[in-house]
Ligand binder design. Structure first.
Ligand code: HEC
Ligand code: HEC
Length: 258
């Protein structure tokens, strides 16, 4: 093996550990198991993607639907009990104010999209970030150390996997190669004892062994994806990605995610 993947491992590991250093507080550990709004947050992010795609494709119905979703989600999230996500219930009013800001920005996006106004739609998206997503994260998530290092690992996995499928669709084999190496590097770092203990909170040696086995499966599949990309063998890339999901991601989630 050449030296590039090793360097990549170190770079990513340092990045992850730096974040882990900040987030590894009892406050994070106490709330780590629940995380009930992670799903809504991933959907929020995907709505933002869809609004950008709608503008880019000149498909304003698509953007409008994403804005409606953002608004409905803000309403639904008002039912969340703050103490269940590790936050101070006395701050519920402020939490709701950010959700109202999300709904208001969604209205701006919706109105602009109905007029097929690209600049207006994008302006609404900026307001969404400035007035809702970012200030709420600063106020609640960062102060409570809720952004967990596990999330960084997992979103990096997901992003790199998306890039593999984009590469397949566009015959961009260097992109597939690079993204696979990134997945492999993350999976190897995930097998480090310190990470398994600090980030994923596993003490039992048998559990650790199982955890490491699944992370290893991701790393092996990622290496197969990378070498298939070098051969420009699309069938082998799709096959290795399937093995990665089934024996790596899904197997580990079934066992370790509650
Ligand atoms: C009312 C407050 C609030 C608003 C508004 C909000 N978020 Fe969040 N967000 C949070 C909190 C709290 C967390 C941490 C959740 C956890 O770790 O359990 C979070 C986490 C996230 C995460 C990380 C998900 C993960 O796996 O932990 C993403 C991505 C995210 N938010 C995106 C967004 C986007 C995009 C918007 C705007 C469209 C947004 N959020 C609006 C409070 C908010
Ligand atoms: C060795 C174990 C393991 C492997 C392998 C693994 N995950 Fe995870 N994943 C977890 C755990 C544990 C959680 C829950 C983290 C939490 O709630 O703090 C999780 C959560 C997630 C989440 C939700 C975001 C979050 O932070 O809660 C996504 C998305 C995700 N994984 C994607 C993937 C993808 C894609 C792969 C494969 C490329 C993968 N994971 C492989 C253990 C694993």
């Amino acid at each position: 093996m050449d030296r590039k993947p090793a360097t990549l491992v170190v770079t990513i590991a340092l990045r992850v550990l730096a974040v882990a250093g900040i987030a590894l507080t009892p406050a994070w550990n106490a709330s780590a198991q629940l995380r009930p709004i992670v799903r809504e947050m991933m959907e929020n992010l995907s709505s933002v993607d869809r609004i950008g795609e709608g503008i880019a494709l000149n498909d304003y119905d698509y953007a409008a639907q994403a804005a409606r979703d953002l608004k409905d989600r803000a309403k639904k999230m008002k039912k969340v009990k703050l103490d269940e996500i590790g936050l101070d219930p006395a701050q519920t009013r402020q939490f709701h104010a950010y959700l109202d800001a999300q709904a208001r920005a969604a209205d701006v996006i919706l109105a602009a999209a109905k007029k097929q106004d690209g600049a207006g739609t994008y302006g609404g998206l900026q307001a969404l970030y400035n007035d809702a997503c970012l200030p709420c994260h600063t106020h609640f998530r960062e102060t409570a150390n809720l952004l967990s290092p596990a999330t960084l690992f997992m979103t990096t996995f997901l992003n790199s996997w998306r890039a593999v499928y984009r590469g397949l669709a566009m015959n961009d084999f260097p992109l597939i190669n690079r993204s696979s190496e990134e997945i492999g590097a993350m999976a190897r770092v995930m097998s480090w004892d310190q990470i398994i203990e600090d980030v994923f909170d596993l003490e039992d040696p048998l559990e650790r062994k199982d955890f490491r086995k699944k992370a290893h499966q991701v790393a092996v599949s990622a290496a197969n994806m990378a070498s298939a990309a070098t051969r420009e063998d699309k069938g082998a890339i799709i096959g290795a990605a399937g093995t990665m999901w089934i024996e790596g991601c899904i197997a580990c989630h079934d066992q370790f995610r509650d």
